[in-house]
Design a protein around this ligand. Structure first.
Ligand code: GCO
Length: 466
């Protein structure tokens, strides 16, 4: 593996998200977000924790940019806290102190030669939108998201050249409206929520394309969680189950954006449970995205399990399809601290090639890839000694070079994450950082993997540095 195997001007970076790293949940006139409210409810987060303070990136962003600078990355993926910029959504004014924070962050990145790669919303929204109209369950959210996006394009678009609308709406819709483990914790209408996410995304894309892109010369895309799926057994039933899974997990969002409608497999399976795009909606979907963001961590075996339907716990995904299982007594790869996440490097190449084929080799960014360590039962020394993370990153990057060699237009790669942070329902029990964070003192310490990434990047700087 060598950095010279990647195209010139390839972006190498690290990724974070606002709620997971910022803290300062009540500072600078920020309002409460859906996650601020949800994490304060009893029993929602494994270790009873929340993101009130987290890694306090809000106060430590200068130091965190220095960490990036010492890694030698040329890009940083982060998200904007909607409730910091527009505490009341479109029902109130712009919070200048919120704008100021992101201006400071962006300006300091630019000075360091680090390209901002910005996600508009990474799971967090102002709680007021939830209380007023039920957030993603209402069409109203399309207007709010469009408004938020435009405020950001106006304020930051002179310096931000990469915009992603939503982070992993495919996980978001399921986790918030089907499984109920993300706010608002409901078990209703995930496909309706997803429909509004798609149209909210399209609203933002239209605004950017019509009013800002030409002047600002940036690009806009969306970020989807993409595991790879392999049939457990070589039988037709498992192949069909795998096709169905790809449709329900990935094509669900990307087919409407590229082809104007949901995949046939979903329409046939869900019938009237799946909303329809009106002619007006289809018009909205006509502006195409410039890139696809791929968050990739793991692969799953998929098998047909019609017989178990309705009863089986694991069968929450969709009718008759089960994930997991073992072949010859073994799971698909080495297990990691994240339940259900296995190390399967070939999955990244497969995913990229699948997207390249189905979506016409649209430019792709690997917007997240990383390795979680069990964080609550290990000494700091053990956590710093993260040889398994190095092996993981090295093998996945190697897999990515295979896809690139086969013609995939991949333009960047971001490690999740720069620093340890709040891992949603797992709280602080799982750590993804290249830098260890002591959450009592906020001290950052490079793990072995930070040094590894730095060495990898410095191999041939002329290839990629700006
Ligand atoms: C996402 C992810 C990240 C996680 C990472 C590790 O939504 O982009 O959930 O926020 O921290 O995937 O699980």
């Amino acid at each position: 593996l060598d950095v010279s195997q990647f195209p010139p001007s390839f972006l190498f970076g690290t990724a974070t998200s606002s709620y997971q790293v910022e803290g300062a949940f009540l500072e600078g006139n920020k309002s409460l977000s859906n996650w601020d409210v949800f994490t304060h409810l009893e029993g929602k987060i494994k270790d009873g924790s929340n993101g009130d303070v987290s890694a306090d990136h809000y106060h430590n962003y200068i130091e965190d940019i220095e960490l990036m600078h010492s890694l030698g990355v040329n890009s940083y993926r982060f998200s904007i806290s909607w409730s910091r910029v527009l505490p009341r959504g479109r029902f109130g004014g712009i919070n200048l102190r919120g704008i100021q924070f992101y201006n400071d962050l962006i300006n300091n990145l630019v000075v360091r030669g680090i390209q901002p790669f910005v996600t508009l919303s990474h799971y967090d929204i102002p709680q007021e939108l939830e209380d007023r109209y039920g957030a993603w369950l209402s069409e109203e959210i399309q207007k709010d998201f469009g408004h938020f996006a435009e405020v950001c394009f106006k304020a930051f678009g002179d310096r931000v050249k990469y915009w992603s609308t939503l982070n992993e709406p495919n996980i978001w819709a399921r986790s918030s409206y089907q499984v109920g483990e993300y706010p608002p914790g409901l078990h209703m209408d995930p496909f309706g929520a997803a429909h509004n996410m798609i149209l909210a995304h399209a609203t933002a894309v239209n605004i950017y394309k019509k009013k800002y892109q030409e002047k600002q010369r940036g690009s806009i895309g969306i970020i989807i969680f993409m595991a790879w799926f392999e049939p457990l057994r070589s039988i037709p039933e498992d192949y069909i189950a795998t096709q169905l899974t790809l449709a329900f997990q990935i094509e669900w969002f990307l087919d409407p954006l590229f082809y104007g409608d949901y995949p046939i497999a979903m329409r046939e399976t869900l019938q009237s449970k799946l909303p329809k795009f009106s002619p007006k909606d289809k018009k909205k979907l006509e502006h195409k995205i410039d890139f696809i963001g791929i968050n990739h961590y793991t692969s799953f075996y998929v098998r047909d399990c019609h017989v178990l339907s309705n009863k089986s716990e694991e069968n929450v995904e969709n009718e008759g399809v089960c994930m997991g299982g073992e072949r010859d007594g073994l799971p698909i790869g080495t297990p990691t601290a994240m339940p259900n996440y296995y190390v399967v490097p070939r999955g990244l190449e497969e995913t990229v090639l699948f997207i390249m084929d189905r979506y016409n080799n649209t430019p792709m960014f690997i917007t997240e890839n990383g390795f979680g360590q069990q964080g609550d039962d290990k000494s700091t020394e053990e956590l710093l000694n993260d040889v398994d993370r190095i092996e993981y990153l090295q093998s996945y990057l190697t897999s990515l070079t295979h896809a690139i060699r086969r013609g995939a237009d991949v333009r960047g790669y971001f490690v999740w994450s720069l620093i340890d942070n709040f891992e949603w329902t797992f709280g602080y029990t799982i750590r993804f950082g290249l830098y260890h964070v002591d959450f009592d003192t906020q001290k950052r310490t490079p793990k072995l993997s930070a040094n590894w990434y730095k060495n990898f990047l410095s191999d041939d700087k002329s290839q990629w540095s700006t």
